[in-house]
Design a protein around this ligand. Structure first.
Ligand code: G6P
Ligand code: MN
Length: 409
């Protein structure tokens, strides 16, 4: 089996490689990156496992691919740092995928993601694309214009939430009733043999010591009656979450690796230590089986080996969330096998959550439109940007700082 990683010079590629070595299913791994220097730095860290080739030629990389992991970062971490910096200068949230920062990142990424999707459709129409690239929901939606059901977006946050909740409940084999958009979802029920165990969990503060419990607090979780994705913190505690500089921090840290002054493992350990602690509270729980690479591998197996399983994925809505149209990419539990993923039915979201999902999806769609006017509307209509004149100024500032946004002017 031939697997291609786009963004093959990315810092996390050794983690994917390690998972592949343990797994043994992939015999040929192709790393593609637009930056040959980063590619070589990562290539040099990899030991054992599948035959690895590295190339900066997209066509060569894609030929004969069975699976493509798309994990690119348009503008790099320097771009992420600018996304944060500009937003903060305007007094609004600048997170990687949420608010003004997420819009700027989406505007940079969509044209590139579309171009890649077109190339995959031409060169490797048989391939399944697993999209890791953020903002994952809207990037997957852009790619689906060319790839339809053959592109699937993934994230580690819902699976992490479900794992932590299962652990707190001591439950195995539970069904997770989770729905929303990427980084904007809620766990509404946890059923074992048809019985919902979530009320029991919410009633017991002792059991809520895990990441989301600490982040939101037992009282708020009880009031909601469900457990939000960790990223809802940016909506429920916008003021408190303001001002993180994760992009600038990671940029400094990774520069030291790519210029050869610090080794990969040391850099990784340092990053782990700051996980979540940096611009959010607490540390990431390190329960077994987490991480993007494991979600991606589980998905790849389900498809390649026709091993039917249930995973929370970013796929076209169909009729799953009634307030969104069928082509909207949503994040919901799916049954997956060789035919690909099919969304499973979920409980309807309460109005406040459905409203947020509808607003943010409308903003995503404006980002996808790709015009200057639509970009202005995206900033202005985002629930975390509080003024049209601030939106106008954000757009101007991002246009002047990000050369990739030239297509908008
Ligand atoms: C989680 C999210 C990803 C996000 C990452 C940021 O894993 O699901 O979508 O990119 O956190 O981590 P970082 O270490 O880059 O801040
Ligand atoms: Mn994610």
């Amino acid at each position: 089996m031939r697997l291609v990683i786009l963004g093959g010079g990315g810092f996390r590629v050794p983690l994917v490689h390690k998972a592949l070595v343990g797994d043994g299913r992939v015999d040929e791994l192709v790393l593609h990156d637009v930056d040959g220097h980063r590619l070589a730095a990562i290539r040099a860290v990899l030991r054992g496992g599948p035959r690895v080739t590295a190339t900066t030629d997209l066509e060569e990389a894609l030929r004969g691919a069975d699976f493509v992991f798309s994990a690119i970062r348009v503008g790099g971490l320097a771009g992420r740092a600018v996304d944060e910096e500009v937003a903060h200068a305007h007094g609004v949230l600048g997170q990687e995928t949420v608010g003004a920062g997420g819009i700027a990142y989406g505007l940079r990424t969509v044209p590139v993601a579309r171009r890649i999707a077109r190339r995959v459709a031409e060169i490797a129409p048989q391939a399944w694309v697993i999209n890791f690239t953020n903002p994952a929901g809207l990037v997957t939606e852009a790619m689906a214009e060319h790839l339809g059901e053959r592109v699937i977006g993934i994230c580690d946050s819902p699976v992490g939430l479900c794992r932590r909740v299962a652990h707190a409940l001591g439950a195995s084999g539970a069904e997770f009733d989770y729905a929303g958009l990427n980084h904007l979802g809620w766990l509404q029920a946890v059923r074992v043999d048809g019985v919902d165990l979530l009320p029991r969990l919410l009633a017991d503060p002792e059991k809520l010591g895990f990441e989301e419990g600490r982040l939101f607090g037992a009282e708020w979780l009880r009031a909601l009656g469900m457990i939000p994705n960790e990223y809802l913190h940016y909506y429920y505690a916008t003021r408190e979450a303001m001002g993180g500089d994760r992009g600038a921090f990671l940029l400094r840290q990774q520069e030291a690796f790519y210029n050869g002054s610090v080794d990969w493992e040391t850099t990784r350990l340092e990053r782990e230590a700051t996980y979540m602690a940096h611009d959010r509270e607490g540390e990431r729980d390190s329960l077994e089986g987490g991480g993007y690479e494991h979600v991606a591998l589980a998905l790849m197996h389900a498809i390649a080996d026709d091993e039917r399983t249930t995973l929370i994925l970013n796929v076209r809505n169909g009729a799953t969330l009634p307030h969104l149209d069928g082509d909207a990419v949503v994040e919901v539990p799916c049954e997956v096998d060789a035919r690909g993923p099919r969304p499973l039915p979920v409980s309807p979201l309460p109005d406040h959550a459905a409203g947020l999902v509808t607003s943010v999806k409308a903003v995503d769609r404006l980002v996808l439109e790709g015009s200057r006017t639509a970009a202005l509307k995206a900033f202005a209509l985002h629930p975390l940007v509080d003024s049209v004149s601030v939106a106008r100024s954000l757009l101007e500032a991002y246009l002047s700082r990000h050369p990739e946004l030239a297509y908008l002017s």
